[in-house]
Design a protein around this ligand. Structure first.
Ligand code: DC
Length: 227
């Protein structure tokens, strides 16, 4: 497929595999835009949380999703900064309650269809790397390059602990590991678009790799397609 702005590159995988860092760096290298699609699910979760909607009330969650107005602004570092109803939600999206609610609302198939449509609109012309769980399987099954990143839950918990400690926060390894396992289980066993690699995805286990090594491996795969 030829798209006017370049390729669509899908990076999927579990939380904490470095998808965002790797995707952003690769997009910057290519002069592409970069979207972390979990942000849309987190924004839905935030709205659900803020308006006291029950995350298991399918109709109310769908209604919330349909009423959200998204706008994206490309930043110099390749990221597509997201505004929801005119507001940049920033760090509010990274609260643990919001992450857990995001995992719950993302089991809602009808709400997923609404957000999937937004992602398709944004990526239709290509020139974009999208990171998520179902980009290569559902959002863009016709993506030119599909990467699936994985790492053990223990290694991902270690990475999260390091990140939190580096920011001067407290971190409880066992609690973080349990939270990662809980989300993994919910994300991979849900009926609607469960997390799984696309058949034609290139799988990379990042457990023993540094971020620069993962970025290099991903760029190598993209270059294979381009050449
Ligand atoms: O990648 P993240 O942690 O920001 O994602 C937040 C939640 O959204 C996570 O529980 C999985 C879900 N998600 C999804 O179901 N499909 C996507 N394409 C992206 C995220």
């Amino acid at each position: 497929m030829t798209r006017s702005q370049g390729l669509v590159i899908a990076i999927d995988g579990t939380a904490g595999t470095g998808k965002s860092t790797v995707g952003r760096a690769a997009a910057e290298h290519l002069g592409y835009g970069f979207l972390s699609t979990g942000g849309l699910y987190r924004a839905l979760a935030y709205k659900v949380f803020a308006t006291k909607v029950d995350p298991s009330d399918a109709q109310a969650v769908l209604h919330t999703a349909k009423n959200m107005q998204f706008r994206f602004e490309r930043q110099p570092d390749a990221t597509l900064k997201m505004f929801v109803d005119g507001e940049y939600l920033g760090s509010k999206l990274h609260l643990d309650e919001v992450a857990q609610t995001a995992s719950k609302v993302s089991t809602n198939a009808a709400a997923r269809a609404v957000l999937t449509e937004k992602m398709r609109e944004l990526g239709r012309d290509g020139g974009i790397i999208m990171e998520g769980r179902d980009i290569g399987t559902v959002v863009f099954p016709d993506a030119e390059v599909k990467i699936y990143l994985d790492a053990s839950a223990e290694e991902r918990a270690n990475r999260r602990v390091k990140q939190l400690v580096a920011k001067g926060n407290q971190a409880d390894y066992e609690q973080i590991l349990a939270s990662i396992k809980e989300r993994d289980l919910r994300d991979s066993t849900r009926a609607a678009s469960p997390l799984k690699p696309a058949e034609d995805a290139i799988k990379i286990d990042t457990s023993a790799l540094t971020l620069p090594q993962v970025i290099e491996a991903v760029l190598k795969e993209i270059n294979k397609y381009a050449s």
